[in-house]
Ligand binder design. Structure first.
Ligand SMILES: Nc1ncnc2c1ncn2[C@@H]1O[C@H](COP(=O)(O)OP(=O)(O)OP(=O)(O)O)[C@@H](O)[C@H]1O
Ligand SMILES: [Mg+2]
Length: 272
């Protein structure tokens, strides 16, 4: 029985499973990634600090590990630094000091040209969505699969499935500008999960949808997590935190990390 079905999700994508297997086969770094999961640690920050320009640091003294297969929430007041920390995590921003290892690679000294290779393994839901304006919902979601070199004939099924899951079957051909905020957010989520990333980083992914849809999107992240994706969700919404029983919570307070559930020192849940 497949895991998506186990989660009580009648129509979630069998075709996505095929794509996932294919992604695994075609990814030459897969072997290295698997051996890294055995160690459990996929991200390590050592004494990281970030300042923008000459301002004071917005993130200070961050030392933590993220372990493969776990589900993390990152919480904290507006302005505490959640988006800044996520930007470091998805390698859009270099820290001002400290060391970062991602998937066993030193992300600080890595030549710029090799960054895309690491980034491709990270699915990102941006706080401001960042959909490509001239592409339809379908083409926005299909993009990661096309970039990964999948054949067109293998793309349509999974993209329609995931858009159906997020309730957008009737908006497949719509451009982002004609979608509501919540609809754009759901397209952004579909795009982030479609290629089964090793790590999903989501910045307030339920900020624009109603409570029922928020729960459904959370279930999608949990299903992905059960398949091995490490999930990091930034949110203010404390109700959300309570809805994922095994999740670990990191809290940012004015740029410094607190560790209310031991998230930052927990061993991996599923040693390989
Ligand atoms: N590009 C930037 N240049 C200068 N300062 C910035 C920049 N981006 C963020 N900041 C500052 O860094 C601090 C942390 O911002 P960040 O966006 O990371 O917070 P946040 O926790 O995500 O907030 P929110 O919950 O409102 O999204 C804030 O004081 C913000 O003003
Ligand atoms: Mg933010």
């Amino acid at each position: 029985m497949d895991l998506w079905a186990q989660a009580g999700t009648p129509f979630f994508p069998h075709s996505m499973l095929a794509i996932a297997a294919d992604v695994a086969r075609s990814d030459q770094t897969q072997h290295r990634y698997t051996s890294m999961i055995a160690d459990g640690e996929i991200v390590h920050f050592d004494n990281v600090g970030l300042r923008y320009g000459t301002e004071r640091e917005v993130l200070s003294d961050l030392t933590f590990s993220l372990f493969a297969g776990r589900f993390y929430f990152l919480t904290g007041a507006s302005g505490a630094g959640k988006t800044s920390l996520l930007r470091l995590l998805y390698l859009a921003q270099r820290p001002s000091r400290g060391a970062i290892r991602m998937f066993g690679t030193d992300a600080i000294t890595l030549p710029r040209g090799r960054l895309p290779n690491l980034r491709r393994r990270i699915g990102v839901v941006f706080q401001d969505f960042r959909l490509i304006p001239h592409l339809s919902a379908f083409d926005n979601v299909a993009l990661p699969l096309r970039v990964a070199g999948h054949q067109e004939r293998d793309i349509g099924g999974p993209v329609r499935d995931i858009l159906e899951w997020v309730g957008l079957s009737d908006k497949i051909d719509a451009r982002p500008a004609t979608l509501s905020g919540g609809e754009q957010q759901r397209v952004a989520i579909a795009r982030a999960v479609i290629a089964r990333p090793a790590m999903l980083v989501a910045d307030e992914p339920t900020g624009n949808v109603d409570a029922e849809m928020a729960l459904k999107l959370l279930r999608l992240f949990e299903m992905l997590n059960r398949q091995g994706t490490t999930v990091v969700v930034a949110t203010h919404d404390l109700d959300l935190l309570r809805k994922v029983p095994d999740s670990l919570i990191m809290r940012l307070d004015r740029g410094r990390l607190a560790d209310p559930t031991g998230a930052l020192r927990y061993p991996p849940r599923r040693p390989a």
